[in-house]
Design a protein around this ligand. Structure first.
Ligand code: HEM
Ligand code: HEM
Length: 216
């Protein structure tokens, strides 16, 4: 089998920037560095919005529609160790779970208050009960997200033991382990432009304040 490009540059950047962002969000929350937490939160929001748009207009392997599989297909794919380009059926469930968990974490964060000085930017628009619920969800959902990350890494290790190296393609973009002939990736340029636009919009609306604290 020859070397095939399976992940475009945006998907790979999205993945590894997401890993760094989640580590920074955890660290900043634990250390009470809420300006850094907020700024990283907006960065993560820009990442996920772009990823979802790229899931509609982007590469074949980035398509959200390619994540839909029956549970039976998922069980079979895990057993068969199939070699197809893009997420397998079982992996697709994990990816959907990540998108939902990350969106819930971001959405609840925007409505969370530390009850002292710092409010998420949507706190002023919602009731006290909603803020309380969002704070509760923000704590609980993060624990679930952590379990999902552990499970994700364990699954990657299991695939490696079974002879399938998934990490190398997520780093280099290419794989020798799949049998496809037609191109499955597009130029990521448009995705990076959308990402830059999302960053500009988010940081000029909500991000100016945390950034001014961070760099003063
Ligand atoms: C904060 C921790 C992590 C999160 C939130 C996360 C999340 C994700 C998401 C959302 C995807 C789907 C990518 C997409 O289609 O856009 C993915 C795929 C992937 N992740 Fe992670 N990840 C994390 C850590 C890791 C680590 C530490 C590794 C390496 C051991 C890893 C290896 C992979 C690989 C190889 C894939 C592609 C799987 C496949 O071929 O279907 N991830 N991850
Ligand atoms: C994926 C994105 C996010 C992750 C992973 C995350 C993670 C966390 C974690 C782990 C905590 C500490 C919880 C605890 O003490 O048990 C926290 C607290 C907090 N987060 Fe986030 N967060 C994210 C996004 C956001 C966003 C976008 C905002 C607002 C703009 C935000 C606002 C807050 C606030 C105000 C607190 C303090 C709550 C308190 O003091 O009880 N977070 N976050």
């Amino acid at each position: 089998m020859s070397k095939v490009k399976v992940w475009d540059g945006f998907i790979r950047s999205f993945h590894w920037l997401l890993v760094v962002a989640i580590a920074t969000l955890y660290f900043s929350a634990e250390e009470g560095m809420l300006e850094l937490h907020f700024a990283t939160g907006y960065f993560t929001l820009a990442l996920i919005i772009t990823r979802l748009i790229w899931g509609v207009i982007g590469s074949k392997t980035a398509k959200l529609s390619s994540l839909i599989h029956s549970p039976i297909a998922a069980i079979k794919s895990f057993k068969n160790n199939e070699h197809k380009a893009g997420h397998g059926a079982a992996g697709s469930y994990m990816v959907i779970a990540f998108f939902i968990l990350i969106l819930a974490q971001l959405g609840s964060g925007l409505m969370t208050s530390d009850d002292i000085l710092t409010d998420g930017p949507l706190v002023k628009y919602v009731s006290t009960d909603t803020v309380e619920f969002a704070g509760w969800l923000h704590h609980l959902n993060f624990d679930i997200l952590l379990y999902a990350i552990v499970l994700h890494v364990i699954a990657i290790v299991i695939y490696r033991i079974k002879g399938k190296n998934l990490v190398k393609p997520m780093l280099t973009g290419s794989s020798e382990q799949v049998s496809v002939t037609e191109p499955v990736t597009k130029s990521p340029l448009l995705a990076f432009v959308i990402f830059a636009l999302c960053l500009v919009v988010l940081f000029t609306t909500w991000g100016a304040e945390p950034l001014s604290y961070l760099f003063s």
